[in-house]
Design a protein around this ligand. Structure first.
Ligand code: ATP
Ligand code: MG
Length: 732
């Protein structure tokens, strides 16, 4: 059997145990994920289980994609089973039955940026000041409530202080807006799925019958709702295999419940437990160092890991004078190691917070080292991208009021705040959507003539694409909206470098759409779902040769030959927020373990004696985790060097730069944008009568040109309006 080749005895046992509850509990790099993949292949090929009966859940889209690829390689065929994230699985389930919960099945999915916009509008309406109640805090309070299945109504009954009262009142308003907009946030996806399964026995039975074999990777990070979802589905057949490592539970702060893994044997009586003990990823020294740190945690299942790999080099620890020198040192090390014939993608810099990435971007750029930042300011979070996505969302679901509010006057078309308010009130009064109000002359008559006309045109454009949504490609819709919304023209008229940058981003977005389309037919709502579900870590493309910069959280499940872990300082790592509780420190320690065990060959820890963060400089103390590493495993190479050659030179005196060079707390968009393939800007000019050829539509004749917009009559694809500077259009 191909899929059993190379497995050790324990792994083989896990693969061949197909019936009944199974817990694979093992340390990092012991082949948990690989074993799970082989087990799926065995179910299909060895046990003739129909693919339809298998559900495999992972935490990131990237992990799901990798697993699917590996399964396909083992099957030698397309994998048709559900291999996906919790969110994606819930989304699919809800798309079928959301009507039973009072939504339509084409409900919108709101990401955190949308969520914040809703919270802000609710706060404004209620006259609550953002200064006193920062939006981010409210968002996380609402999210926590949802994870614990606390409704706004229940929350109201739990109020014990003024803050609770404010949060409960915003939560209530927030919930109302989402329901009205026929929208769910990410927490709702799980919450509503669990609700659906609880409330509708036939739906539950359907999925219990369907998913006879269930597998969950990274089980240690499941939260209560995810746990309920999985255990309800598994109740009937009890064929549930979970894979995890309690030492790698790093999402407690987001509700992950380590007891889910610790209690598995209790929750699923008769569960078989298989421990994998051989590590295939890291050298002996790296493994021993990671073990010496994690063994300081009290609440853990003891696991031993051994490796056949050689001891390898010792773990390097370097303390530099300040954060810029630290970044310079790492850049220099990468440069040096590259000379021994390595690839850039062999290196990863794993930091505690996104705020640290900026210094590394600087240092790497100076040495011309290609890198990619995973996370930070995300490409999809930029205003112009959000705007165009809002247009597309509106096309998919004209009732999406949030999307409508976002773009009704973007670009500016003379529909001011007071017109928007009037529309909103009129819509509310008449019990119709704002979108329908825009098309109702009885209502628009009350608006200034200019606003009414602009609103009508705006709504007609959306309505046109909404009607045609089945017949058009996503890229056609995007192209059309870009032009007909006036967005492109608006940016071009501004003629500033900033506007040009935005135009460029919009062009890059086109390549994002193309990339999706290349994978196959795609409806607009499918595309919007993919965009909404893209999480930070998914921008990481292993094929591109570049150094990876990411947080340790995002690095879960990944591996790299060379890993740098900067910022090993008390207060940063472990973070100061965690310092006052044992639980907090233990979670940080698990994170440290996750970081260290990403390394295959070489691990380098660094710290800076002086660090500027969020505009403030501070002298630092070395992390307690460093002190926990067995000193025999560390090499003092570079430790406590005062004058390091890696210094980037012209730094101002220490006391001079706190104020004059504020630390940029967030990564620039630059790094993330590099993750997207650039499409070359089309500089050719076109005129009426030109014969042209288009990448998708074939050949045709230009029948009209207006600025950068051309109407082309294609020989087979019909008439299209195209933005000439970005369309793949050539004269022939
Ligand atoms: P993590 O806890 O970090 O998620 P994991 O337990 O899921 O790790 P994998 O990612 O599945 O571990 O495997 C780690 C590495 O070990 C991979 O490179 C994998 O290919 C390799 N590996 C796993 N099992 C074997 C084996 N039996 N023989 C050789 N290599 C193996
Ligand atoms: Mg894994």
């Amino acid at each position: 059997m191909e899929y059993l080749k190379g497995l050790n005895e324990k792994q083989k046992e896990a693969v061949l145990t197909t019936e009944g509850p199974l817990l694979i509990l093992a340390g990092a790099g012991s082949g948990k994920t690989s074993t799970m993949t082989r087990r799926i292949a065995h179910l299909v090929k060895g046990c003739n289980v129909p693919q339809y009966n298998i559900l495999a859940v992972t935490f990131t889209n990237k992990a799901a994609g990798e697993m699917r690829e590996r399964v396909e390689a083992l099957l030698g065929d397309d994998a048709r089973m559900w291999i996906m994230t919790f969110h994606a699985a819930c989304l699919r389930i809800l798309r079928r039955d959301a009507e039973r919960l009072g939504y339509t099945n084409s409900f919108a999915v709101y990401d955190p940026v949308d969520q914040k916009a809703v919270i802000k509008s609710v706060m404004k309406e209620k006259g609550i000041e953002e200064k006193k109640f920062p939006v981010a805090g409210i968002l996380s309070a609402i999210s926590k409530a949802k994870e614990s299945e606390i409704s706004p109504y229940t929350m109201k009954s739990m109020i014990s202080n003024y803050r609770d009262e404010v949060v409960a009142s915003i939560y209530e308003g927030y919930d109302r807006v989402l329901k009205k907009n026929n929208a769910m946030d990410f927490d709702d996806l799980l919450l509503n799925t669990v609700k659906l399964l609880k409330q509708e026995p036939d739906v539950l039975e359907h999925y219990q019958e369907r998913f006879r074999y269930i597998m969950v990777d990274e089980y240690q990070d499941t939260n209560t709702l995810q746990y309920k979802f999985i255990s309800m589905l598994a109740e009937q057949y009890q064929n549930i295999c979970v894979v995890g490592d309690d030492d790698q539970c790093i999402y407690q702060w987001r509700g992950a419940d380590i007891s889910n893994i610790l209690n598995f044997e209790k929750d699923f009586p008769g569960a078989k437990v298989i421990k994998l003990e051989q590590n295939y990823r890291s050298t002996g020294n790296i493994l021993a160092a990671a073990h010496s740190v994690i063994s300081n945690n009290s609440r853990r299942k003891d696991k031993k890991l051994w490796t056949q790999a050689e001891e390898g080099s010792k773990v390097v620890y370097a303390r530099l004078d300040d954060d810029r020198m630290e970044a310079g040192y790492i850049a220099q090390e990468i440069d040096r190691l590259m000379r021994s014939g390595r690839k850039y993608s062999d290196f990863a810099i794993l930091y505690r917070t996104n705020a640290q990435s900026r210094t590394f971007e600087d240092a790497l750029s100076r040495k011309d080292i290609p890198y990619r930042v995973v996370g930070g300011v995300r490409y999809y979070d930029r205003a112009e991208i959000k705007d165009m996505v809002a247009y597309m969302r509106l096309v998919a679901n004209p009732a999406d009021e949030l999307a409508l509010m976002r773009v009704i006057n973007s670009p500016k078309r003379g529909i001011g705040q007071s017109s928007v308010e009037k529309l909103r009130n009129a819509a509310e009064f008449n019990g119709i959507t704002m979108f329908d109000a825009l098309l109702d002359e009885n209502i628009t008559d009350e608006l200034p003539a200019k606003a009414a006309a602009a609103g009508m045109e705006f709504a007609k454009t959306i309505a046109h694409y909404h009607e045609e949504v089945e017949n058009l490609r996503v890229s056609d819709i995007y192209d059309g909206l870009l032009v007909q919304s006036g967005y492109l023209k608006y940016l071009e008229e501004q003629n500033t470098p900033e506007a040009d940058g935005r135009t460029e981003n919009l062009m890059e977005f086109k390549s994002v759409i193309f990339d999706f389309e290349e994978e196959g037919e795609l409806s607009l709502s499918e595309f919007l779902e993919k965009i909404a579900l893209l999480s930070d870590v998914d921008n990481h493309d292993p094929d591109e040769d570049a150094v990876t910069l990411m947080t340790m959280h995002s690095a879960k499940g990944l591996e790299f030959p060379f890993v740098f872990m900067p910022g090993m300082e008390d207060g940063l790592f472990p973070g100061w927020r965690s310092l006052d509780s044992q639980e907090g420190i233990e979670e940080e320690r698990r994170l440290c373990y996750v970081g260290m065990t990403r390394a295959k060959e070489r691990l380098c820890l660094t710290s800076a004696g002086y660090r500027v963060m969020y505009g403030q400089g501070n002298f630092t103390r070395e992390s307690q985790f460093l002190r926990e590493v067995d000193p025999k495993l560390l090499t003092g190479d570079g430790v406590f060097k005062k004058k390091n050659e890696a210094s980037l030179g012209e730094r101002k005196p220490l006391d001079g730069y706190g104020a004059s060079q504020p630390y940029m707390p967030f990564a620039t968009a630059q790094g993330a944008s590099r993750a997207v393939k650039k499409k070359v800007k089309n500089t050719e000019t076109f005129s009426e009568g030109d014969r042209v050829s288009h990448g998708k539509f074939g050949e045709g004749t230009v029948i009209k040109v207006d600025g950068n917009v051309a109407v082309v009559r294609f020989d087979t694809a019909g008439e299209k309006k195209l933005a000439t500077d970005i369309a793949p259009l050539k004269k022939i």
